[in-house]
Design a protein. Structure first.
Length: 183
């Protein structure tokens, strides 16, 4: 793989991000919510989305870039309500040609590092299609646990798909965040 740079998204990335998202969603079997042709933010809307994440208080948006082209995107968004402000929701995607090369691991690692550095973040969660076994294995490897299944939550290409909810609780030093069933 070419040299890949993982960096925080810049406002000037807006058009390239739209191109990326249209490309990654062009596959009807992609494990993202959008169907082909459905992603339709304008450049100005995408710029506003990036700006909301630039200062880090609302979240983080990362891009993976190779040869000046965005090949992966990862985001972390803090919940806005006071009662859930300790929760961060993650999402990531990689272009098909670059999958299986460790880029998802790098992007997820960068997001998790950011989450651990944020004051007040206690819980990290994500949703993943049950059919996406590669992503599920990646998330488990990084400490995520299965918390639930949303049966037939999404319809893509005429198929009903289950969505898994996965999460992890960040522990304070010396704190146990779970208990076995034996205790």
């Amino acid at each position: 793989m070419d040299t890949v740079l993982i960096r925080q998204a810049e406002v000037d990335d807006a058009a390239a991000l739209i191109t990326y998202l249209r490309e990654v969603t062009s596959d009807p079997h992609v494990n993202l919510l959008y169907d082909p042709g459905e992603f339709c933010l304008t450049v100005e809307q995408e710029r506003a989305f990036i700006l909301q994440r630039r200062d880090g208080s609302r979240g983080l948006l990362l891009v993976a870039e190779a040869d000046g082209r965005i090949i992966g995107v990862a985001g972390a968004d803090r919940k806005p309500c006071r009662a859930e402000r300790h929760v961060v929701v993650l999402g990531l995607s990689v272009l098909e040609a670059y999958r299986g090369r460790g880029l998802g691991t790098q992007l997820l690692g960068a997001l998790l590092d950011w989450c651990r550095e944020q004051p007040g973040v206690r819980r990290i969660e994500l949703s993943v299609y049950a059919r996406n076994t590669v992503a599920i294995a990646l998330y488990r490897k990084h400490g995520f646990q299965l918390e639930g299944r949303r049966r037939e939550a999404v319809r893509k290409g005429g198929e009903w798909l289950d969505v898994l909810v996965m999460g992890q609780v960040l522990a304070e030093p010396g704190e146990q965040t779970w208990r076995s069933r034996d205790t």
